[in-house]
Design a protein around this ligand. Structure first.
Ligand SMILES: *Cc1c(COP(=O)(O)O)cnc(C)c1O
Length: 357
């Protein structure tokens, strides 16, 4: 074969997914929900199977209208995508191709960086300060897109709405994209979400069904932004990127607030127990508002291997741009016991209030 990939693809780092655990309980590498999908979502998907000889609704209209009501925005301000990752790639194609410029944190959410490099854009990464975005420094970088991940992955740190709003109004990025994949796990999501800025068209907000709604395998997320941004992205998207089953499952998830509340309550309770366990094991942690906890570990690979021997799979920080750390996703109640055992700790004295079954 005599075809070479575009030269700029040489600098694209590979995405390395988390290692699969031996058991469900031991899966703590990919920030997935430890819950089985709700029966409402399963029923909606089963029902929809009778329609999959047809193409999906290109714009996911039922879901889009339900989301418009949920967030009090115009339906034309919403684009549903094949995971929020697809939407990040569309943003890159539209606004960063051919030497466009993105500013993001270091470490960034890897997809933000990869998508920019893939379209021949440039990335300026600004090191975190106290494990948070250094918004004061990011503000002064001229860019087409400024990415803020709130809560951040892999640190779990947050910025309050006031800080985000001030950044949006003073920064030299033309469009600020706030990725809120984990916002529902925060103790007070309303105090940090940038949704009011998306509603007014001043910023863009990314949300996903992969985390709090627990359907990562369906691949569905959405962007809320100024209608002009959505119109541009519609032009370049693949018309049928979001499958019928994903649309039906997401709509059912949205209409199942009890499952969402259970997922939030479980995550908040177990997050604090994961933090306690890591601290008891002598590790320093970064207090988290997401469904994972970052622990500092000088011997990163030693810790990853030790946990792995006990069937616990976590994410090595070096694969996330933070060597000397490990990221532990909030697991099931059974997973917490596995983790404690793997860390050489006794069983938790108070059993978790909520089980995952
Ligand atoms: C998990 C995650 C997402 C979700 O991506 P999907 O493609 O919707 O599954 C988005 N952003 C960040 C920062 C994440 O960690």
């Amino acid at each position: 074969m005599s075809i070479d990939a575009r030269t700029w693809l040489d600098q694209v780092p590979p995405y390395r997914p988390g290692r699969k655990a031996l058991t469900e309980d031991g899966s703590m590498a990919s920030n997935e929900s430890p819950f089985q999908v709700s029966s409402n979502v399963a029923a909606a998907i089963t029902h929809e199977i009778s329609h999959i000889h047809r193409y999906p609704d290109p714009l996911a209209d039922s879901l889009r209208h339900a989301l418009a009501i949920e967030h009090n925005v115009d339906p034309d301000q919403i684009l549903v995508g094949n995971g929020s990752d697809e939407l990040i790639f569309l943003l890159a194609i539209a606004f960063l191709a051919q030497r466009g410029h993105a500013v993001c944190a270091d470490p960034a959410y890897l997809i933000d960086k990869i998508s920019t490099l893939i379209v021949g854009g440039r990335v300026t990464q600004v090191p975190l300060k106290d494990w948070k975005h250094d918004l004061d420094t990011m503000r002064d970088v001229p860019a087409e897109i400024g990415y803020v991940v709130n809560p951040h992955n892999p640190t779990g740190t947050t910025h309050r709405f006031q800080e985000i709003s001030e950044f949006v109004h003073t920064c030299r990025s033309q469009l600020v994209v706030v990725d809120e994949a984990y916002v529902d796990f925060a103790d007070d999501p309303d105090s940090i979400t940038a949704m009011p800025l998306a509603r007014s068209g001043e910023a863009a907000v990314l949300r996903t069904f992969s985390k709090v709604h627990g359907v990562a395998g369906l691949r569905i997320g959405y962007l809320v932004a100024h209608a002009d941004v959505i119109t541009t992205l519609r032009k370049i998207r693949a018309p049928f990127s979001v499958g019928t089953l994903a649309q039906a499952g997401a709509l059912a998830a949205l209409q199942d607030p009890a499952h969402k509340s259970r997922s939030q309550a479980h995550t908040r309770a177990l997050r604090s127990q994961v933090q306690d366990a890591l601290r008891e094991a002598g590790l320093e942690i970064v207090p988290s508002q997401a469904n994972f906890v970052l622990a500092l570990a000088a011997d990163e690979s030693g810790l990853v291997d030790r946990l792995s021997e006990h069937g616990v799979s976590v994410r090595p920080g070096s694969s996330l741009g933070l060597p000397g750390t490990v990221r532990v996703s909030v697991p099931s109640a059974g997973g917490l016991q596995l983790l404690r055992k793997a860390l050489g700790l006794p069983d938790a004295s108070t059993p978790p209030v909520l089980s995952s079954h």
